[in-house]
Design a protein around this ligand. Structure first.
Ligand code: UTP
Length: 295
């Protein structure tokens, strides 16, 4: 166990344009698209709460006001539910609400990249470590990904990035890390490469969208030049931070769905629906029939 500051805050950058989901994202933020019956963002916030996060920081942007409304009470709806004795629905809604004062919202006025979105959270996060959860990646596992990362962080301190294994011939699509000394639940990260050229990846461990970062990242992002795609890239900032601080990789063994992409979103819906005892009996046979018809 090393000396480390407790992790209390999590940042959710929800200011991206979601162009891969047009036309839906013209009017609905992609984080509000539903997987079964909950918006994608709810899964990610639940994962953070399970890991002990106390303060939820949302970096929003134009057209994302509905996210702020979603994490507030809906007075008229709740009055109507009360009047109709819909107690189960009322309990469901109140159970999902963050405690008063435990959610903050700040704006990224222009979508200048993930690194810039993270930097926009600097004043709310202050000088403490924070979790960063990409709000379009949702995970299925017995133990939440961030919870496992926090356990590793308690032993290592520093920065922690969650990684997963991909097929080696797919490594060129991801941010890939180099593997050093083994740790309980993970390993020391020796290098990070964003989308390595085919055949050059240092491993098949890809970065899956969950991070624990030290606040020194903010000063680095502040002066950072634009990188790939003319955006301020988080990976470029982390590479600079890695020159002075340790990074550990948490080996996540569950399943990740990239709900910012159509295939990941559809698979997430099917996968989470199959797990639900109230839904599985209704869809099992039709799904089997659909798959059989594909042959
Ligand atoms: P993505 O690149 O996956 O999201 O960024 P995007 O830009 O919204 O999607 P496409 O590619 O146009 O379909 C990863 C996360 O970072 C946030 C996004 O909201 C997403 O959750 N992000 C990205 C910001 O908050 N601000 C940015 O400037 C860029």
């Amino acid at each position: 166990m090393v000396q480390h500051s407790k992790l209390r805050k999590a940042v959710f950058p929800v200011a991206g344009l979601g162009t891969r989901f047009l036309p839906a994202t013209k009017a609905v933020p992609k984080e509000m698209l539903t997987v079964v019956d909950k918006p994608v963002i709810q899964y990610v916030v639940d994962e953070a709460a399970e890991a002990g996060i106390e303060h939820f920081v949302f970096v929003t942007g134009r057209g994302k006001g509905v996210i702020e409304d979603y994490f507030d009470i809906q007075f008229e709806l709740e009055q109507t539910l009360k009047a109709r004795n819909k107690n189960a629905e009322l309990t469901l809604l109140s159970g999902l609400l963050p405690k008063a004062g435990s959610a903050s919202f700040t704006r990224q006025q222009e979508p200048l990249g993930l690194g810039h979105a993270v930097w926009c959270a600097r004043d709310i996060v202050g000088g403490e470590p924070f979790a960063l959860l990409l709000p379009d990646m949702i995970m299925r596992a017995e133990k939440g990904c961030l919870k496992g990362m926090v356990e590793l962080y308690e032993n290592t301190g520093g920065n922690v990035i969650a990684v997963e294994e991909c097929a080696p011939d797919q490594a060129h699509k991801y941010g890939i890390v180099g593997v050093g000394e083994q740790l309980e639940g993970g390993f020391r990260i020796t290098e990070m490469v964003e989308k390595p050229a085919k055949g050059t990846a240092p491993s098949n461990f890809f970065i899956n969208g969950r991070y624990i970062l030290q606040p020194e990242i903010f000063a680095i992002l502040e002066t950072q030049e634009r990188g790939a795609g003319n955006e301020i890239q988080l990976t470029d900032g982390m590479l600079k931070l890695a020159k002075t601080q340790a990074f550990a990789g948490y080996h996540f063994k569950g399943q990740t769905f990239d709900c910012g992409a159509k295939d990941g979103f559809i698979l997430a819906n099917v996968s989470f629906a199959i797990e639900r005892a109230d839904i599985r009996p209704m869809i099992e046979e039709p799904l089997k029939a659909l798959l059989a018809a594909l042959k």
